[in-house]
Design a protein around this ligand. Structure first.
Ligand SMILES: Cc1ncc(COP(=O)(O)O)c(C=O)c1O
Length: 372
């Protein structure tokens, strides 16, 4: 398998650079803040928790809560828990994709969405999202890419790295295409519930298509990546069973404390999401101002979902060199497009954290010193 460029890049800088300006998760919470949100029953679960193995599909009450809070009319049977979203991608795509299949993936993308199918040696069509199309899904290109052996279409909206969303109408048209051909839709929705979409967010794909798998996680909108709790939601219990059998070869089961902390957080979803979405909205205002001030240097399609966007650096200077100088001289971390194997002068910026103003001040100081 190829090296996971994004994870390698973050491993190199994430815990040494002072100003992280490309993070894909919202501001985190302290353990004590989460415990303080627990009701009497949850506090009891926490206090009496025993640290043995847990149930392979996930704690039943947690699965039920994920279903009720996030997927209309689903119950615990429709939810399979994982160690983060990453394990969900690994297990699900390994369970679905077989030798001889054809798979369609939208790029640029979070590398494992492309890399896992590649590792299966199957035929892949990568459809590039285009900036001139505001990074929206091209349904014609997707339809035209379908072959008789197309097994699965892999999408990710709100999108990493552009923050573009899929509208309900677009999703329904895509599902019509999948349904007509019996194709699985793997829908990475880890950035749901965060951001400022122009229209209400599209439904989770799994709620409106019986061959869809919706991927969710505590890492992004809830800002709790350290819990390593993610899940796949689906109407199809047989495929969830097959995916669970893959999990027996990876983590086996979830971390017991992380399950309880996720349960408490999901029950306090309103408070947590309101705080994080307020941070995102405030940061977007700061960025609007920043891009106005530096319109000669930068431009972007304003993201609608999640807390990352893909910015074009309009200079002749290479973005790779720019990012390297920025982190070495000013301790500010951005992420160049090459990390996504995308040949352009774009970079990923993150705006889910409280210290945005400080980070932007550092970036401005760097621009000032470099006289660009
Ligand atoms: C689109 C997408 N899917 C999946 C993941 C993996 O999420 P987690 O870190 O919670 O496993 C990420 C993380 O950045 C992501 O951006």
């Amino acid at each position: 398998m190829n090296v996971f460029k994004l994870e390698e890049y973050l491993a190199r800088y994430e815990f040494s650079a002072k100003y992280l300006l490309c993070c894909s998760d919202a501001e985190s919470f302290a353990m004590s803040e989460i415990i303080a949100m627990a009701d009497a029953q949850e506090r009891d679960l926490w206090n009496h928790l025993r640290l043995g193995y847990t149930e392979a599909p996930g704690l039943p009450v947690l699965r039920e809560t994920v279903a009720q809070e996030l997927y209309n009319e689903f119950n615990a049977e429709n939810i399979l828990m994982f160690a983060g979203a990453e394990e969900g991608i690994f297990c699900a795509l390994n369970a679905i994709i077989e030798e001889g299949d054809h798979v369609i993936v939208l790029t640029p993308c979070y590398q494992s969405l492309l890399e896992i199918p590649k590792s299966k040696g199957v035929n892949i069509t990568a459809i590039q999202l285009k900036e001139e199309n505001a990074w929206r899904i091209d349904l014609h290109a997707t339809y035209d890419a379908i072959k008789p052996n197309t097994k699965c279409i892999i999408i990710n909206f709100p999108h990493n790295p552009t923050g573009q969303v899929i509208e309900e109408e677009e999703l329904k048209r895509l599902i019509d295409i999948c349904q007509a051909k019996g194709i699985w839709l793997f829908s990475d929705e880890v950035y749901r519930l965060l951001g400022a979409p122009n229209n209400p967010l599209a439904s989770p794909a799994a709620c409106i298509y019986d061959k869809a798998l919706s991927l969710g996680v505590m890492s992004k909108a809830f800002g709790m990546a350290g819990l390593r709790i993610g899940w796949i939601a689906s109407q199809d219990k047989a495929i969830l069973k097959k995916i669970e059998q893959m999990k027996h070869y990876t983590s086996i089961c979830n971390s017991a404390p992380a399950e309880i902390l996720s349960l408490i957080s999901l029950k306090s979803k309103k408070t947590i999401l309101e705080r994080n979405n307020r941070i995102v909205a405030d940061n977007l205002k700061l960025l609007d101002q920043f891009f106005l001030e530096y319109s000669n240097l930068f431009e972007w399609v304003r993201p609608q979902g999640g807390c990352i966007g893909f910015v074009k650096y309009k200079s002749k200077d290479s973005i790779e060199s720019f990012c390297e100088r920025l982190v070495n001289k000013q301790n500010v971390l951005l992420m160049p497009a090459s990390i996504y194997d995308y040949q352009s002068n774009h970079f990923r910026i993150g705006f889910g954290r409280k210290n945005m103003l400080e980070c932007l001040d550092q970036l401005k100081e760097f621009l000032h010193h470099e006289n660009i």
